[in-house]
Design a binder for this molecule. Structure first.
Ligand SMILES: *Cc1c(COP(=O)(O)O)cnc(C)c1O
Length: 423
């Protein structure tokens, strides 16, 4: 791709972009009377304008129908979660019965670990990436302790090679093979939150299965960002949140994938609750848990309709845009960002992109390692209407998302950096 560092070029790319109208579907935060350059959808996605109406629809139903809303009106609450399955399945490459929307991410991770971390004999270890998102680290640590193991012994962390920022797939696969007899579970991020690297989920899953381990992914940064084929890759389970790239609101609901091999197995141990119980006899209120077939059988509580209503509005936008179309734009948009940063003629020891250069090994986010006065640069950017995020000790994450960011956004960010480093 041949990019140009001019406003005219950026505006022409926006003009040619068939997805440009989707920006109109979102509220863009303002700064000094102008739209911000919002490059932070990896942390909290923007609000779809349709979210308010979706929420109001359920508020009205509640006001007018009260408890009857469970069984009457459009999309009764009793089966509300089912309306989210088809668009969710398309996003992550699953069958509708393999996914369910419920709870929040870390809660769902624990529920999955209850079913899929089943240590036995010498096979009791979990292999994960070093520097995983802290919530995942705490979840793994507490789960191995519950089974009576010491985290230092039972958790194997794979780090990048010395002097490198990202992982080589061959090293991950080799580590799985080297520890093959001891690993019960491989649990990794699908897309690493700090570096922006996409892991080779298909190869990791296959190798985990070859050594007799189960394989799951935390897709917090992958869902809505990169297309996936969870079913075909034979992934055992996955979880993700919906408030990052999926634009479903702070603390929003979460998604779960359970491969049909497991989802259709009522014998699989799990923590149970009444909303996972066979829907035909749920209201008989009798003892003896019978799981719903599919991922629905992991539900515990009755569905949280309000956050789900927001998520439903957001999923409709993804459905209309198409994840493959979004990905095509995303590769170009992030490629443009990379081109502008590489053109800064900045000594590498000051500012360095640590995200892989191969578009197949990243999503929309680029992570900038700023070796000197990084926090100061970040604060200056924020004070000037560039919304990004800072991750200790020295990384600024920049995430142009294809739904609402423009080439002009990226150009303006590049201009600001150029002026900063010249000044
Ligand atoms: C954002 C994120 C979380 C956050 O967990 P919540 O339960 O939604 O608060 C967890 N893990 C990863 C990898 C994340 O990126």
């Amino acid at each position: 791709m041949s990019f140009q560092n001019t406003l005219a070029y950026a505006q022409e790319q926006d003009h040619q972009d068939e997805l440009r109208y989707f920006r109109e579907h979102f509220h863009i935060p303002r700064h000094n009377g102008q739209d911000t350059v919002y490059l932070c959808g990896n942390s909290l996605g923007l609000q779809p304008k349709s979210a308010r109406a979706a929420l109001e629809e359920e508020m009205t139903k509640w006001a007018e129908l009260g408890v009857e809303g469970h069984f009457t009106g459009d999309d009764p609450w009793f089966t509300y979660h089912k309306t989210l399955a088809a668009p969710t399945a398309k996003l992550v490459g699953a069958k509708p019965e393999e996914v369910v929307i419920m709870n929040q991410l870390t809660v769902n991770l624990h529920l999955m670990l209850v079913s899929f971390y089943r240590p036995q004999g010498q096979r009791y270890k979990i292999l994960t990436e070093a520097g995983a998102f802290p919530s995942d680290q705490y979840a793994l640590e507490s789960q191995v302790k519950i089974h009576g193991y010491a985290p230092e012994d039972a958790i194997i962390e794979i780090a990048p090679r010395a002097g490198e920022h990202t992982w080589r797939t061959e090293d991950i696969l080799q580590a799985i093979k080297d520890n093959g007899n001891e690993i019960a579970l491989v649990l990794m991020g699908g897309l690493h939150y700090y570096t922006g690297q996409v892991f080779d989920m298909a190869a990791i899953t296959q190798t985990a299965h070859e050594v007799g381990a189960v394989c799951g992914f935390d897709l917090a940064h992958a869902a809505g960002n990169v297309p996936m084929q969870l079913h075909d890759w034979d992934v055992d389970f996955a979880v993700w949140c919906t408030y990052k790239y999926l634009n479903s609101g702070p603390g929003g609901t979460s998604g779960v994938f359970v491969h049909e091999r497991h989802a259709q197995n009522p014998e699989l141990p799990r923590f149970a609750g009444w909303w996972g119980h066979d829907q035909r006899v749920r209201f008989k209120m009798q003892k003896g848990f019978i799981p719903m077939p599919g991922a629905e059988g992991w539900q515990l509580s009755n569905a949280q309709i309000l956050p789900m209503a927001v998520h439903k509005a957001s999923l409709a936008i993804f459905d209309e845009a198409g994840i493959e179309n979004l990905r095509a734009k995303s590769e170009k948009l992030t490629g443009y960002l990379e081109f502008l940063i590489n053109g800064l003629h900045q000594p590498k020891d000051q500012l360095e992109i640590i995200t892989p250069a191969d578009p197949a090994a990243r999503g929309c986010q680029l992570s900038l390692l700023v070796n000197k006065n990084g926090r100061q640069l970040f604060d200056t950017l924020m004070a000037n209407g560039f919304i990004l995020d800072w991750r200790e000790p020295n990384v600024i994450r920049v995430a142009p998302t294809p739904l609402y960011n423009t080439f002009e956004d990226v150009y303006r960010f590049g201009q600001f950096l150029a002026a900063h480093f010249q000044g």
